[in-house]
Each structure stands twice: as C-alpha cells, then as structure tokens.
Ligand binder design. Structure first.
Ligand code: CA
Length: 327
C-alpha cells in the first residue's frame, strides 16, 4: 500500500474479513490437496492403512514455508565455507570416532569399498556425526512442501517415497525425523535416496539411518559405491603452480591425463611433483580462479552426485584426508 493511503472504515473491515476467509480457504485447499495426493499415492501402491496413519492430524508447518522462501545468504568464499565446515573441533571429534567405530567402519569398507575416513567425513558434514538428525517429522515436512507447490512434483515424489518407507516398516512415523526439507537421519538421505540405497547392515530387518551405526555407515557407503566410487583412487588433491594451465583445460567439464598437467608445471600444494598415474584429472580452481586449486578424479564427481556443490565435495575430501592423517 502506498504511504499515506488510508482505507476508509468499511473497506478496512472488508479487508479484514477477506483475510479471515483466506485462512479458512487455505485449510480447505490443504485438505483438497491431500485428497488428490491420497488418490495418487494409492495408485502408486501405498497401502490405505499407511496413508490413514501417516496423515492423521497433518497440517502444513508454517515455519517450513518460511524457511523454503528465505533468500539465500550472500555467497561465502570457498575458504570461508571450508573453515566453517572443517573446524578443528570437527577434525578432532572425527578422529576419535574413526577409532571408536573402527570395527564397524572396517566391515563397511570391506563390504562396499569406500574408505572409512570418507564415510566419517560425510557423516561429520551431513549431520555433525549424527548429532543433527533433523527435528521435523518427515511426512509433515514433505506434505507442507508438496502442498505449498513451489517444487510440487519433486516433493510429491519424495513424500510417496517416505510413505513407502513406512509401508515397508523400516521406521515408525513417530521416529521418522529429518531436516525441514526432508533429509533424514544421520546420513541426511532424502526418502528417494533411502529407497534406492539404504541397507540393513546390522541384519535386524530394518534399514535404520537414525539410530544404527552399521546401517548409517553401510547406507552411505552403498550409495557412494553404487554411484561409482572407485576404490583404486583418491578423490583428488590440492595443487599449486597452475598458471601455465590454459583456460581450455580448467573446470570440472574438462578432463586431461594427469601427466599433461604435470607437463604444464602443476605441482602438489607442498611443491612436490605430481604422482605418475594413468588417470584423467580435472583442474578445479575455487571462486572463479581466485581460490585454492585442486586436481580431482572420478571419485570427486561421485561426491558431487551426492551433493552438487564443489564446495561440499572438496570439503568432504579435505576432511577425509585430515581424519586419515592424524591422531
Ligand atoms: Ca538394521
């Protein structure tokens, strides 16, 4: 409303009434949406019993709509992000947990071929080693986002996957917690990722990424392994002296043999020579060429399939290295 503009009395009353009507109609809209959703979920094979118990008393959560609409904060540089995600405390705690859970992690590594420190690094970054599993009931959160409609199809599909998890008995509705956007448990899997990749590693008949560490580690390692983790290689490493690498050989969408980068003068970050290996690498220089530089391999792309952010993938790799090297 323009400054200084005043509604005359009766119009103001009408406006108030209109707002009241809108709230009531929002409730009608949600229950209409839910009717339509139930039909679709049943067509996709979700049982009526699961639907009835899952949706008893569900209402949209206002806080989630606020969070979904919040403008992203100003972009951090990679170094700012890295220092936040890989804190001294997180490295120390990760080393302790790597030792404490060595037996489970060794079994996970043997079975899925993903190094223990990579699993622990992902666990640390996704959920602070299981301390943050999310506080929102997943069905309510996903119903809110599917109904709200900004990304309706995405969240509708995730909601159906979440109901299928309840249908299969992996977790009870009352224990199915996640982030406001539906990422669940210690591995922060979306329901569709859970459906595709979670495993029951401890053999109790349930895939439990909330409370069972063998299941948490096994599910994360199975996911990485199935999307292409190659146990023969590392993720990549920080490098220096990249000035001689032409623009046509920079960026994740460019690959060249590792030896080619060595010929162009690229060295390890400590100044030592690059290793000799018959492998293609990509040169990633953070923050439009102004930040640290990394030569990365296929496993880096695997981490980026988990989360499509080079900040994330690089931090997972660096934290894994820090965990493996210390203590
Ligand atoms: Ca289990």
């Amino acid at each position: 409303m323009a400054p200084g503009f005043r509604l005359p009395g009766p119009a103001a009353t009408l406006l108030t009434l209109a707002l009241g009507v809108q709230t009531a109609s929002a409730q009608t809209n949600f229950s209409n949406w839910l009717d339509g959703f139930r039909d679709r979920a049943m067509r996709e094979g979700i049982s009526e019993t699961t639907l009835s118990s899952a949706f008893a008393g569900v209402e949209p959560i206002e806080r989630i709509i606020e969070l979904d609409r919040k403008q992203p904060e100003g972009r951090m540089t990679f170094v700012e992000y890295r220092d936040r995600v890989i804190s001294t405390h997180r490295i120390k705690r990760g080393r302790e947990l790597l030792r404490k859970h060595a037996a489970i992690l060794a079994e996970t590594e043997r079975r899925f071929g993903v190094p223990a420190e990579v699993i622990v690094a992902l666990w640390g970054i996704e959920s602070s080693y299981g301390e943050f599993k999310g506080r929102f009931p997943v069905i309510d959160a996903l119903a809110t986002l599917a109904y709200d409609g900004r990304r309706e199809e995405l969240f509708t599909r995730e909601l159906i996957s979440a109901l299928r998890i309840l249908d299969q008995g992996d977790v009870d509705r009352g224990n199915m917690f996640g982030s406001w956007a539906g990422a669940m448990g210690q591995s922060q899997f979306m329901p569709s990722t859970f459906a595709g990749y979670a495993v029951d590693a401890d053999g109790d008949g349930r895939r439990d990424i909330w409370t069972s560490l063998p299941d948490v580690f096994g599910s994360m390692a199975n996911y990485l392994s199935r999307i292409g983790w190659d146990r023969r290689y590392i993720w990549g490493r920080e490098v220096g002296n990249v000035a001689g690498v032409p623009a046509s050989m920079r960026g994740l969408d460019q690959k060249a043999p590792l030896g080619r980068f060595a010929e162009l003068g690229v060295r390890r970050a400590d100044g030592g020579p690059l290793p000799y290996a018959d492998i293609d690498a990509s040169l990633v220089v953070m923050d439009e060429g102004k930040g640290p530089a990394y030569l990365v391999y296929g496993n880096y792309r695997v981490i980026m399939r988990w989360n499509r952010s080079s900040y994330f993938a690089t931090s997972v790799g660096l934290l894994a290295d820090a965990l493996a090297s210390g203590g």
